[in-house]
Design a protein around this ligand. Sequence first.
Ligand code: PMP
Length: 281
Amino acid sequence: MSRTVYVDGAFVPEDEAKVSVFDRGFLFADAVYEVTAVFGGKLLDFDGHMARLERSLGELDMEMPVDREKMLELHRELVKRNNVQDGCVYLQVTRGAADRDFVFPKGVSQTLVMFTQNKTLTGEKKGIKVISVPDIRWGRRDIKTVQLLAASLNKMEAKKQGKDDTWLVEDGFVTEGSSNNVYIVTKEGKIVTRQLSRSILPGITRAAVLKLAAEQGLEIEERPFTIDEARNAAEAFATSATTFVTPVVEIDGAELSGGVAGPIAKRLNEIYIEEGRKSAI
Ligand code: PMP
C-alpha cells in the first residue's frame, strides 16, 4: 500500500513526493531529524522529541519550520492518514534548497519531510549480540543530524559478522550503540551509562528510562565504561525510540546474563511500555 507522506506543506502519495537535487540535506547532510514512536495510534514522548528537534536545529542556526502545536497536528494527521497503530513518524528538516555553496544561504525556506513506518514495538525481546568498533563519527553527536553513514557502515559490519549491532568505542570507552544509547548493569545491580556530552545523542528514551529506573529505586551511575567492564557485567541493554529497552546478550563474543534477557532490562522494558500506554498523546 502506498503511503501518504508530508513534504513542504502538503500531504501527497509517496511516489509523488519530491525534494530538489539542490536541497542541502541531500548535498551537505545539512539537516536534522527526529523519530517518534507511534504506540497504539498515539505519539510516545512527543514533547521530548520536539524539544530535542528545536535544540538540534538551534545548534545549527536553524529554526523550527513550524511551531510545536503545528508539529503535533501534522504528526497526528500523518498517523491518521496512514492508519498507523504501531510504528513511527520520521521527520526531517533541512536548511532548504540553494545553489551549492558551503556558506549558509540566505532567504531560502526549509524543507520539512515526514513519513510513517509500521513496526511491531512490543514483541518479545530475546536480546541482541553486539560487536565493538571504533567510533568514527564527528564531534557533535549531540545534534541529531542526518549524517548516518557511519551508523550504516557499522550495521553492515555487525551483519557481516553475523551479529545484530555495534557498540562504539572512543579513547577506550563506549560512547553509544550505532543507533541507541547503551547501559550495563553491574553485579551489584547498579545501572551504568555514559553521561551526556557532545559525544553521544541525548536519547529521549534514555531520559524516560532513567527516570523510571530511579523511581524503581535502582541506582544509576552516569560515567563512561569500557568494553571489558561491559563484557563482565551482569547484564546490558540499549534504548531507542523504536526499540524501547532491548537486552544485549553478547558483547564481542562474551555471553551476558546467560544469553537471555537480563531481569532489569526486561523489567524496564515492561515499565516503559506500561507508562507509554498511559502517557502517549
Ligand atoms: N544514539 C544514537 C546515535 C541514535 O541514533 C539514537 C536513535 N536515533 C539514540 C541514541 C536513541 O535516541 P532516542 O531514544 O531518542 O531514539
